[in-house]
Unconditional design. Structure first.
Length: 298
């Protein structure tokens, strides 16, 4: 397994605990998103300055990096609200439609177009995710504001993936993650202030959860995922992130006692199989010879 793929797997593990932490509702949704970014930025900025890594090639890339931060901030904020106002399952499922939007956007805007295997794998992975949560689940969908926010989160994330892939052609991972995370924190601080969400007054457990979100779910996860995005197709990364649905289900079973059925296990297997298909090159799918060096960049 190559380094970008290892980074992708570990990054997915790190973000899989996020829906469970948010569902605890120990702090309001937007302020939770702010502290996730602020804590990560408080660690990233000094390190990047001290090591001299805080370098962006030009003002255009700086502006686009800041824009990535704003878009990601909006994604996390609306997803947090969707999780707290509905269910973690509904919010995660609808948000994870993002590979479809990423695929469409990549087709129109990126140099590396989605392959046939991407669309086949995406369809199978989404079917697996639907199987995992249960087909009856869709009969109970509540088409309220939380539903809209969950869909909007997926769209924001797709835009972030496409734009970050474009920026990472020219910018290194560390300065990109540092500046985008800092801009996310600033955006969310302003938003939290204007909508009147409290910056303090949380329980000890609430503060602990915020620190875990900042260090594990943001700092560690997105350094790894940023590295993976730089060296792999944005479409592959986005589909692979569907795997968090499987890990979140397992973690929910282990730590908060949610039931895991045979249907959920079957859905998880189908989902992971779909993800695996997207990692086959077109030549391999057609059973022709291929060069191993091209796998992660095609």
């Amino acid at each position: 397994m190559t380094k970008p793929r290892i980074a992708l797997v570990i990054g997915i593990v790190c973000i899989s605990i996020f829906p469970i932490l948010v569902k605890l509702s120990l702090s309001p949704g937007v302020i939770s998103a702010f502290y996730r970014m602020a804590i990560a930025a408080a660690l990233l900025v000094p390190f990047s300055i001290i090591t001299g890594k805080l370098k962006i090639p030009n003002l255009k890339m700086l502006g686009l990096t800041v824009l990535c931060g704003f878009i990601f901030a909006a994604d996390v904020a609306v997803w947090n609200i969707a999780i707290q106002e509905s269910t973690a399952t509904q919010a995660t499922l609808l948000t994870n439609l993002s590979p479809v939007w990423v695929g469409v956007g990549a087709f129109f805007f990126l140099k590396n177009k989605p392959t046939t295997n991407f669309w086949i794998g995406t369809a199978i992975a989404i079917f697996g995710m639907v199987t995992l949560v249960g087909f009856g689940f869709f009969l109970e969908l509540d088409f309220d504001l939380a539903f809209v926010f969950a869909i909007l989160s997926g769209v924001f994330y797709a835009v972030y993936m496409l734009l970050s892939k474009y920026v990472l052609y020219e910018v290194e991972v560390l300065p990109f993650i540092t500046i985008s995370t800092l801009s996310s924190a600033i955006f969310l601080a302003i938003l939290s202030y204007f909508i009147g969400q409290p910056f303090s007054g949380f329980s000890n457990m609430g503060w602990f959860v915020l620190v875990v979100q900042g260090v594990v779910c943001q700092l560690l996860a997105w350094l790894l995922l940023g590295y993976a995005t730089k060296h792999m197709r944005a479409t592959r990364v986005s589909v692979s992130l569907l795997g968090q649905a499987v890990l979140t289900t397992i973690l929910a079973w282990l730590f908060i006692g949610e039931e895991v059925s045979l249907q959920m296990i079957l859905g998880g297997v189908i989902l992971l199989f779909g993800i695996r298909i997207t990692f086959y090159s077109k030549k391999l799918w057609l059973k022709r010879s291929f060069n191993n060096e091209t796998i992660d960049n095609v």
